[in-house]
Design a protein around this ligand. Structure first.
Ligand code: ADP
Ligand code: GLC
Length: 470
């Protein structure tokens, strides 16, 4: 079986969040399981591009509207990732520093998808499955089926994985000419609510739709940023499959970003050494419980509630605990957190930006990881935290609900709360501070969660069943 993953991100080539982690790991473990899985993604100017060797695989010209553009497909030469990764180079359009956030993102990702379909239609064989991730690859199932130039891909089955339905790639209908000549009678497949909606188009056209946790699948029928009725009507082809984590990358016994390796047997001393290092770096007291937040500072993650909640927590518990926040996002949230840290310099620290190495250090050093997310399709942070013996504090939603059992329930090892508000967060911090004092219970929870198996091996089987079904 040959599976072609199409994605905007893939770690370590380019990553902005969990999508990158998943697309960097799933194909690797699929290959180990005997599936020929490969990844096709845009060529951005990332450090991985410059530190790797590439060979040109294909070069051609295609049209986006009236604009004829040249694209080059390059392939990583040394199988560095454990699967073949192909980059689509479209000069001037994709080859930029950042993955997202440009005014012409619509044109960038549309051209990317046109190049991918154009290239695949010139292969001398057909792949078994085309697996599209999120809206950046959402037009592909439609294009394979309804663009006149790609009719030789019509019968190739496609799967859509929704990592996050908040982002749908809406395009004004006046951009419909960007899509290569298509069967106009199929207009309804592109449209949702009066605009071209690539995510909705993929939900309609893909043979199967997966979401990254079972709970998120159910949630989408009621909260899907406008797609609720569509998801509900297509529910028979939808399935929720929980993400795995790459145990080779996220392993405290071998993680080179850590100051001290540790395992279940050495978790107390190992975490303390890592904590000491982080606390020295930030000027914090390593004897106090350390709470961290790592992630995009956006409404979905309820990052806007953090400044208020931490302000109350500091007033309530004084200097009993320390907090480190790593992330970037909405300027108002960044400013709110930075000001809070300035006012409470002895116990709150904020690092604005993206820092892969610091993130690993924080998972290892922290006692608690805070994730009050309003929306969390799966969430990988809590899985990494648990693997590093850090107690997750999560709002009961999506994948957080599927992966964390509250410590008050039988066998529980985490802290769950209901609302993404100050009261619930402060209340959870109180519970955390209490359990921090109970070293025996804390150790039991750490040992328990470090041994939970969230490996990709089992998730790969679920995807194989989806492919087999189509
Ligand atoms: P999402 O994809 O919605 O942002 P996930 O929990 O699935 O959330 O994955 C987030 C991934 O991005 C994790 O690997 C996390 O460690 C990483 N991450 C998020 N923000 C940062 C940051 N500022 N610096 C380093 N890594 C980050
Ligand atoms: C998205 C979701 C996140 C999920 C990730 C990987 O970014 O927001 O919850 O873990 O995709 O599937």
């Amino acid at each position: 079986m040959e599976v072609v993953h199409i994605s905007a991100e893939c770690y370590p080539v380019a990553k902005a969040g969990g999508l990158g982690d998943v697309v960097g790991a799933l194909p690797k473990y699929q290959n180990k399981a005997g599936i020929v899985a490969k990844v096709v993604m845009p060529m951005y100017r990332t450090p991985f591009l410059y530190s790797s060797s590439w060979v040109v695989d294909y070069k051609a010209k295609a049209f986006m509207g009236a604009w004829e553009f040249e694209y080059t497909i390059i392939k990583e030469a040394n199988n560095k990732l454990g699967f073949d990764v192909y980059l689509v180079d479209i000069h001037g359009l994709l080859d930029r520093q950042k993955i997202y956030g440009y005014p012409d993102d619509t044109e960038r990702f549309t051209a990317f998808q046109i190049a991918v379909v154009h290239w695949m239609s010139h292969w001398n064989h057909r792949p078994s499955v085309v697996h599209c991730h999120d809206y950046h690859a959402g037009l592909i199932p439609f294009m394979m089926q309804h663009c006149y130039d790609y009719q030789n891909l019509k019968e190739v089955p496609s799967v859509l994985t929704i990592h996050n339905a908040q982002y749908q790639g809406w395009m004004d209908w006046n951009k419909s000419t960007l899509i290569p000549r298509w069967d106009l009678s199929k207009k309804g497949l592109l449209d949702w609510g009066g605009s071209i909606n690539p995510l909705a188009a993929a939900i309609k056209c893909a043979r199967k739709v997966t979401t990254v946790s079972p709970s998120y699948m159910l949630e989408l029928m009621h909260h899907a940023n406008g797609l609720e009725t569509l998801i509900a009507s297509e529910k028979n082809k939808c399935v929720g499959i929980l993400n795995g984590i790459d145990h080779e990358v996220w392993n405290p016994s071998t993680d080179n970003y850590l100051t001290e390796y540790f395992s279940v047997k050495t978790v107390t001393a190992g975490k303390q050494k890592n904590k000491q290092n982080i606390c020295d770096q930030f000027g914090l007291d390593a004897a106090k419980p350390l709470f961290v937040f790592i992630g995009r500072l956006v409404g979905e993650k309820a990052a806007d509630v953090l400044p208020g909640a931490l302000h109350i927590a500091v007033q309530t518990y004084g200097a009993k605990a320390s907090y480190v926040i790593l992330g970037s996002g909405e300027p108002a949230v960044e400013a709110g957190l930075t000001n809070l840290a300035l006012a409470n310099n002895n116990c709150i620290k904020v690092s604005v930006g993206y820092n892969e190495s610091l993130s690993h250090g924080l998972y290892a050093a922290a006692d608690f990881l805070l994730m009050p997310s309003r929306v969390e399709p799966c969430g990988l942070n809590q899985l990494y935290a648990m693997r590093y013996g850090t107690v997750p504090m999560v709002r009961s939603t999506g994948g957080l609900q599927d992966t964390v059992i509250d410590m008050g329930d039988e066998g529980g090892y985490g802290i769950r709360f209901t609302h993404a508000n100050e009261t619930d967060i402060v209340q959870s911090i109180r519970r955390a501070v209490e359990v921090f004092e109970n070293k025996k219970h804390l150790l039991w929870m750490r040992e328990r969660m470090m041994q939970i198996n969230h490996s990709w091996e089992q998730t790969v089987q679920s995807y194989t069943r989806v492919y087999d079904s189509i």
